[in-house]
Design a protein around this ligand. Structure first.
Ligand SMILES: Cc1cc2nc3c(=O)[nH]c(=O)nc-3n(C[C@H](O)[C@H](O)[C@H](O)COP(=O)(O)O)c2cc1C
Length: 383
């Protein structure tokens, strides 16, 4: 019997839990059709806005590579270097909503059993902007898409009322989610920025506003490095650069930490994991934390633009994993989803050597009473 990779996530049935994330792999009809043919269970479109955007001159994405023998991270192409991360400063889709709507309908008609999610974005804080969200939501859902993903996560928006600036504000997360769910007849997912102090607050705002799932993470705010010879940023336009987003292998552990905070705070809610996935062992981390689907961007960009080999590897990896664990009675993702969520505990609960005990460093343990040497900072103050 072949392994059962299918999942139901926010009420939507997926033939497998692997999706292409909102990004260049899903920026066109032809890419999305190719992705479905290649085997992806679903795709999230490149983020659609009401108005066209204008990107910077020159490349919008490059890849950091690290040398095998030297501690060097650089975007320069060279032999014996391996992928470290992607860096981009690309805005949302440069095609307006009117370009997208007929294409969404055609894609869904051609692949009715694949999952098509429309990523949308508008501003916040005013009735006018909330109407924009509702126009986008209604427009996409009328074309038959399966769900909506609200982009509260783009890290390089100038507008204070858009992208990750919404995702850093619990109240705005709540207001935008609420205004979209008022008109949505299909599940609404919220994609949060990881650039917050405690992502649990923003997730709570979105869930209270009616979001069915949280998607995390988008890219992390970051800069290209400076070339030590030319003293120019490795990516720049006429010498100038702006904060962009880091994706790919480098962000896997960081994105897992954000995801763990949320799946622990909301164990009964649904989550889609993104960040640094290129094979099943990476996706497995998100599933073990409680995610019901995962999404991929950087690895797919580097594999014929839509990741035909990446999806094969993911499907093969999950099939083999289920076969290997059949003796435990595992038949599908539900049998191992969330298994490691409880293994993440406060530092003080981690076992110490048998002779020592530690409860978090509070006064009662004697830490504050230690006469000890004055700290270097105190010594210099007293001098
Ligand atoms: C060039 C580029 C463009 C992206 N554009 C979008 C976008 O329009 N909307 C969005 O929600 N995320 C966007 N992302 C973020 C990805 O969907 C994804 O969250 C991020 O790259 C982390 O996944 P990865 O480690 O697999 O790359 C973009 C990423 C890249 C590299």
């Amino acid at each position: 019997m072949s392994a059962n990779l299918s999942v139901t996530f926010t009420g939507i049935r997926f033939e497998n839990p692997f999706m292409l994330a909102s990004a260049p792999p899903t920026e066109s009809e032809s890419n999305i059709l190719r992705a479905f043919e290649a085997g992806w269970g679903g795709v999230v479109t490149k983020t659609i806005g009401l108005h066209p955007v204008v990107n910077v001159r020159g490349p919008k994405t490059k890849f950091f590579r690290t040398d095998v023998e030297k501690p060097r991270i650089s975007m320069q192409k060279r032999p014996n270097a391996v992928l470290h991360s992607s860096w981009n400063w690309e805005l949302i889709s440069d095609k307006p909503i009117d370009w997208w709507l007929p294409r969404l309908a055609r894609i869904k008609k051609e692949f009715p059993n694949k999952v098509l999610i429309a990523s949308i974005m508008a501003g916040s804080g005013s009735d006018r902007e909330y109407q924009h969200w509702q126009t986008l939501a209604r427009g996409c859902q009328e074309q038959g898409v399966d769900g909506l993903e609200l982009n509260f996560s783009c890290p390089h928006m100038d507008r204070e009322d858009m992208g990750s600036n919404v995702g850093k504000n619990e109240r705005l997360c709540n207001e935008v989610a609420r205004c979209v769910t008022e008109v949505a007849k299909i599940p609404v997912w919220v994609k949060l920025t990881p650039a917050t102090t405690n992502i649990v607050y923003e997730a709570r705002g979105a869930f209270d506003g009616g979001a069915r799932a949280i998607v995390s993470s988008n890219t992390w705010p970051s800069l290209p490095v400076v070339d030590p010879e030319t003293l120019e940023f490795e990516m720049n336009v006429e010498g100038q650069v702006s904060s962009g987003g880091l994706g790919g292998p480098a962000i896997l552990p960081m994105s897992l930490a954000k995801m763990a905070q949320m799946t622990q705070a909301f164990p009964d809610k649904e989550f889609s994991g993104i960040g640094g996935i290129s094979d099943f062992s990476h996706a497995l981390n998100y599933f073990l934390l409680g995610c019901g689907t995962t999404q991929v961007c950087t690895a797919a960009m580097l594999d014929q633009a839509i990741g035909p080999n990446v999806i094969k590897t993911l499907i093969r990896g999950m099939t083999e994993f289920l076969e290997k664990n059949a003796h435990r009675g595992w038949k599908s993702l539900e049998d191992f989803r969330g298994l490691k969520r409880g293994a993440i505990v406060p530092h003080s609960q981690i076992k110490r050597p048998d002779t020592a005990d530690y409860h978090g460093g509070y006064d009662a343990e004697g830490y504050a009473e230690q006469p000890a040497e004055p700290s270097p900072a105190r010594r210099s103050k007293e001098a």
